[in-house]
Design a protein around this ligand. Structure first.
Ligand code: MUC
Ligand code: MG
Length: 367
């Protein structure tokens, strides 16, 4: 089970519908496919999505750190030595999605080697998740039409609405239009990606008090320490820490500091090994946890559903597993299929998904 090679392959797939939010926008999925090879001829796969506005990584930086620093430190280790892999990767600070993709590709290779699904190695709680769809910035009517389309085609009835624009009424009007247009049968929550101040956030939440929101996420920066604590203490819905709580230590700081009351778990930035740490911490603290979306492609989404379905806690709420629907195409040989508002964990060994070699040749950008 020794690791013999780690590849980092850049690819680019355009979005049909770019996603816009307070901290940035994504028009093309310029991700990195990571492949971990073993001496047994097994290849594990995962994808790293560069999000410079969230973690400071770029496609080029991910390739450089994987090939120049991280890969040489883990070649020769066994797939079973995942704690050793973690310790070696931790010698390099930052670079969360680069490290996460290596970790998840190792789990995939382990599942393929043992002929079991990763989701069963992790926890095996269930075989599916309810899906929540993220709606990027647009005019109210367009966002209602998009949500209705996603509901009608895929049966999705939970929507995370991007907010954080100024004036706050730009966004509160959207959320009101969604509630009026889609009715009480849908679940709605909002994510500000740090776009508002604490005072703007509270004003917006008061304006939306009658709209039955289930969560508010990262409305203002966690670095506005007292402001954020003040905001959270005035809310009557759980406040999700997303980009402010990447590691288990961050989660501890944000929660014990009163700056959040729930968390987003994103495999794209934690891999499975650190996502387990965050999950177990959340469970121990009694927090709600939502499987978040790093604007993942289908491979990243296969990772997210494998993790989310593995535990009771992460299946309590819909997981953000559908934004690959906004992409023009994908690398997977067999596309993921959302219906009746659910995504099933793919059935095969490891992550249960394969890369289509022709698609990879077409979309890779290193030749
Ligand atoms: C999200 O939940 O914030 C947008 C920026 C990012 O880092 O992730 C996405 C979705
Ligand atoms: Mg978020």
């Amino acid at each position: 089970m020794k690791i013999t090679k780690v590849e980092a392959i850049p690819f680019a797939i355009p979005y049909v519908k770019p996603l816009r939010f307070a901290s940035g926008e994504v028009r093309v999925a310029e991700h990195v496919l990571v492949r971990v090879h073993t001496e047994d001829g097994v290849v594990g796969i995962a994808e790293a999505p560069p999000r410079p506005f969230t973690y400071g990584e770029t496609q080029a930086s991910i390739i450089a750190v994987v090939s120049q620093i991280l890969a040489p430190q883990i070649i020769g280790l066994s797939l079973l030595e995942r704690e050793t892999v973690m310790a070696r990767l931790a010698r390099t600070v930052g670079n969360p999605t680069a490290k996460a993709a290596i970790d998840m590709a190792i789990w995939d290779a382990l599942g393929r080697t043992l002929r079991v699904r990763v989701t069963d190695l992790l926890g095996g709680y269930t075989d599916r998740m309810r899906v929540s769809h993220m709606l990027g910035f647009d005019e109210p009517a367009a966002m209602v039409a998009e949500a209705a389309r996603i509901r009608d085609i895929y049966g999705i009835t939970t929507f995370k609405v991007k907010v954080g624009r100024r004036p706050v009424t730009l966004d509160t009007a959207v959320v009101r239009a969604l509630r009026e247009g889609l009715g009480e049968a849908v679940e709605l929550y909002v994510d500000g990606n740090r776009g508002w101040t604490a005072a703007e956030s509270l004003r917006a939440m008061k304006e939306m008090a009658d709209l039955g929101l289930i969560f508010a996420e990262e409305l203002c920066p966690a670095d506005d320490v007292l402001g954020r604590r003040w905001l959270v203490s005035h809310l009557d819905v759980p406040f999700i820490a997303d980009e402010s709580a990447v590691t288990a230590a961050d989660v501890t700081r944000e929660i014990l500091g009163g700056s959040a009351t729930a968390i987003s778990i994103k495999c794209a930035r934690n891999g499975f090994t650190n996502a387990q740490r965050v999950h177990h911490l959340a469970e121990g603290l009694g927090l709600a946890a939502v499987i978040g979306n790093q604007i993942d492609g289908q491979l990243g989404t296969a990772c997210a559903v494998a993790f989310g379905a593995a535990y009771r806690l992460t299946t309590q709420f819909a997981g953000e597993l559908s934004n690959f629907l906004d992409m023009d195409d994908d690398l997977l040989a067999e596309p993921l299929d959302i219906h009746d508002g659910e995504l099933l964990v793919p059935a095969g060994n490891g992550l249960g998904v394969e890369i289509d070699p022709d698609k990879l040749t077409h979309y890779r950008t290193d030749h």
